[in-house]
Design a protein around this ligand. Sequence first.
Ligand code: AMP
Ligand code: MG
Length: 400
Amino acid sequence: MLTTADASRAIRDAIRPLAAEVVSFESAIGRVLRQPVVAERDQPPFDRVMMDGIAIRFSEFAEGKRSFAVQSTQHAGDERQTLNVGHAIEIMTGASLPKGADCIVPVERIVVNEHGAHVEANYEANERQFIHACGSDHTKGTELLASGKRVTAADIAVIASAGLADVEVSRDPTIRVISTGNELVPAGEPIADHQIRMSNGPAVVALLADNGFTDTGHEHIADEPETLKVRIGEHLAAADVVVLSGGVSMGKADYVPEVLASLGVTVLFHGISQRPGRPMWFGTGPDGQAVFALPGNPVSTLVCCRQYVVPALRQMQGDTTGGTAFASLTEPVEFPPKLTCFLPVKVVSNTAGQLLAMPIRTNTSGDFAALSKTDGYIELPLEESEFPAGTTAVLHRWRL
Ligand code: AMP
Ligand code: MG
């Protein structure tokens, strides 16, 4: 059986990038850049005044001059003025440094009356103080954002400052989520004793939305091969990615693998040496669609969705950000099976600033209520079976 690393690699090799599209920069938040963003101008684009006050010649101050005739006022956005010898210009934060001036004295350190601006007696000034020098943050042409970066609020400021009204980002993947199972009844409908509330589909849609993927649709289909074939076929034709839950184990009503095969979906693997989620199935459709068939047990479904589907969606977008997170176990864990263990945890921190993973036991892989107490899960390698308190493990948060 495939290891978790083999499964991730097989998915990575099968994923094709989505096309790029142009959007207005204001709507680029959360999208993945498909172009670099380059500085339009030096930053700051001029010697920028950093304090409200007066602009003077430092040489005059150094020679002992403390009173200056006020020549004029220059606000942010005003054209750059020229400072006359022996004078001061009243200046505001954000203004361009007047020609001839090389020192700003803050307004708190001066008194202005009808005779001019007078600097406080023991005030010590320095040459070029409170001047944010032209090009000191970055120069024109500097790459500020790389292609492959997911756009944050700070990036929106960078894109705006680069003067770009539109940017190229990845198209959002179209995703169809399908719940299979005769026993499933959606919330809001009457339910019999032998039936189960359908929770996986809505949870998968929510987990995807939480990770920024909102072009989703969900349908519940009964365990009936002909119906499954027609309905899955329709979703396959409309989507970049199909995520199924249930029907991939060895039961008599587990029709998903054979139905997918009949629709021309090529299986790349069926089964991963992991718990939960051992029966997971993955393949590619006739038009390169990624098809994930996740086991129906609710803990398995969510773990497999986060572990395999979310990274694949990010790869499709060309997202190059994100690294590996780690946390230390708060208590010992024993896990004898030769399987990778994805252990749901609550993440806390200690006073040393370390991330700690507190195991939250799920009764079975069907015990989804326990997941509400968790922030994600840690990955315990298959080679080992005893994990003492303090063991450092890879942490996967529900929201990547
Ligand atoms: P399956 O993988 O189809 O054999 O399902 C395994 C278990 O998960 C069964 O107990 C199902 O009733 C349950 N299950 C499957 N799909 C869902 C779903 N969408 N919502 C809640 N439970 C489900
Ligand atoms: Mg089923």
